[in-house]
Write a protein that binds this ligand. Structure first.
Ligand SMILES: [Cu+2]
Length: 128
């Protein structure tokens, strides 16, 4: 009973209250990712929980990954897809259900986001 009430409170929270502080979570809402800009380190695993009320997915514009293939379909509400970014670089992602491609510019708009994966191997010189 108390668990159910807690979940309802979280779902009803507005603003950025739902944004995870770890920096490794990009929520799928209706119809946008939040945050829509994430910076992680190579090797990090990012969670994509569907916190909306409709299906969503996560596809890299350049074809590095397609969550539908990895997961076996779109992600329904309350389902979470995770992906480990091993290669540094900038990943532009979109949801095929809620983004459109401009055929002239090749740019995606709508439910889109950017994930920057930094190569942190050089930062390990700092010792406590
Ligand atoms: Cu979507």
């Amino acid at each position: 009973m108390s668990l159910f009430v807690g979940a309802a409170l979280v779902l009803s929270a507005c603003g950025d209250a739902n944004v995870d502080e770890s920096g490794l979570v990009m929520g799928m809402f209706d119809n946008r990712y939040r945050p829509d800009d994430l910076v992680v380190s190579a090797g990090d695993t990012v969670e994509f929980p569907n916190e909306g009320n409709v299906d969503h997915n996560v596809i890299d514009v350049d074809g590095a990954f397609d969550s539908r293939i990895d997961y076996g379909g779109d992600h329904k509400p309350d389902e979470t897809w995770t992906y480990t970014f091993t290669e540094p670089g900038t990943y532009n992602i979109y949801c095929s259900l809620h983004a459109v491609k401009n055929n002239n510019t090749g740019e995606w708009t709508g439910m889109v986001a950017t994930i920057t994966v930094e190569d942190t191997t050089e930062d390990t010189v700092q010792t406590p």
